[in-house]
Write a protein that binds this ligand. Structure first.
Ligand code: HGY
Ligand code: MN
Ligand code: MN
Ligand code: MN
Length: 410
């Protein structure tokens, strides 16, 4: 019996090929959920799945799920691998795509070796993991795991006013299968770390045992646009000033350097946005994260109270909307141990690590034992075209995914 081995060259070639789908003339890679580029990326991945003889299903929120039965007894719940292929704006080529394409490489390696397993292996590319167009993020896996009704998700309006249903229909991926139609025995996701820890410590494999909590909110501050030259400071209702004070408070008190709470104001618009007009309206988003639920809740409360105080002092009104809220997740200790054992068998250094980023695995952990495997990110850079992981590291991660999946599917 031959031992299955990952075809890392094909994995790399597919990563690069998929990494060109949605690249604009300006060189920026943008493949937002439900976009034409997302449709083309899905076509490519679904085509590769079909070429591998997998049964491909699209569910009601566009989750793409391939299944390789591998001679397993009928009715055996599958081991599911997966991640996402939608991207952020001006993205790298590894985030999400690496986990999906490495999962495909695992299935092809098992097929080539004639490996027989007691469980089928499924592969998922979940809809809208990034959440840049439709909030919340991890939306496809959230619905798959029963955390939101498909109808509610399909009715969500994107930042461009288009609903998820309209977007998926336009690209031919509004499927009809019920999300969660295939309940996994276990879920394992391979992903780049997107942070600096593994590289800094010279570690090859991260056995991800937990994932921090995430809070996404949007705010609208309404004051009064007025003349920058004639309006005394004491008579202004300057929404821009309040936003600036609130952001300074975030950095000083809510998420100080060295603390565990992370705070990001990733979008901020001043209206009307003219040099000589006091901003009458400000829109911004706030991404708060912490591995500890109580600290995350305290950060939300503390910021809301200070924003209220600053707004009242300036005569500005505040409107806040919750876009996403996910508590920290502890992954399955048994699978984490499998990952560590697989790394050890290949003499790869390995350490347990908390995921700073959100991932589909945190949703799948609601319906089955789940865990993740990380490989290093150069300079810890991600959500940035400079995102990079070396070929050897990508191949090692895929090999650990193969070994761990085999152990789970035995
Ligand atoms: O925001 C996140 O952590 C994920 O990449 N959507
Ligand atoms: Mn990702
Ligand atoms: Mn991401
Ligand atoms: Mn993510």
């Amino acid at each position: 019996m031959t031992l299955p081995a990952i075809d890392a060259a094909t994995l790399m070639a597919r990563l690069q090929r998929l990494g060109e789908v949605g690249r604009g003339a300006d060189g920026r890679l943008i493949r937002l959920a439900g976009s034409e580029a997302d449709g083309a990326g899905r076509d490519l991945v679904a085509g590769w799945m079909r070429m591998a003889g997998m049964e491909v299903t699209v569910d009601a929120v566009g989750n793409l799920v391939g299944l390789w039965r591998g001679g397993a007894p009928a009715g055996a719940a599958p081991v599911m691998l997966g991640s996402h292929i939608d991207t952020v704006i001006d993205s790298g080529i590894y985030d999400g795509c690496y986990g999906v394409l490495a999962g495909l490489a695992v299935i092809e390696a098992l097929q080539a070796a004639g490996t027989r397993l007691s469980r089928p292996v499924a592969l998922a590319a979940f809809t809208n993991e990034e959440g840049v167009r439709f909030a919340p993020d991890m939306l496809g896996s959230l619905v798959y795991a029963g955390g939101m009704a498909a109808e509610a998700a399909l009715a969500i309006h994107g930042t461009d006013g288009v609903t998820l249903r309209e977007a998926l229909t336009a690209i031919g991926y509004a499927g009809d299968a019920t999300p969660g139609f295939l309940r996994p025995h276990a879920y394992l996701e391979l992903h780049i770390e997107q942070g600096p820890v593994l590289e800094h410590e010279g570690i090859a494999i991260g056995a991800v045992d937990r994932l921090q909590g995430i809070s996404w909110q949007s705010f609208v501050l309404t004051g009064e646009a007025n003349h920058a030259g004639t309006t005394p400071m004491a008579m202004r209702r300057d929404a821009g000033l309040v936003a600036a004070q609130a952001i300074a408070f975030l950095r000083g008190r809510i998420a100080p350097r060295g603390g565990s709470t992370l705070a990001t104001v990733g979008t901020l618009t001043l209206d009307p946005g003219a040099i000589n007009v006091i901003p009458g309206m400000v829109r911004f988003t706030l991404d708060l994260r912490d591995p500890d639920e109580a600290r995350l809740a305290e950060a939300e409360r503390g910021f809301a109270a200070e924003l209220q105080r600053l707004s009242e002092a300036e005569g500005v009104s505040v409107e806040s909307t919750r876009l996403a809220r996910f508590e920290p997740v502890i992954f399955d200790a048994g699978i984490v141990a499998q990952v560590e054992a697989a790394a050890a068998r290949r003499s790869l250094s390995c350490r347990r690590i908390t995921s700073g980023a959100g991932h589909d695995a945190q949703m799948m952990a609601r319906i089955c034992p789940a865990a993740m495997i990380f490989v290093p990110s150069r300079g810890g850079i991600s959500h940035n075209p400079r995102e990079f992981t070396e070929f050897r590291q990508l191949a090692d991660g895929a090999a650990v995914l193969l070994d761990s999946a085999m152990a789970l599917a035995r």
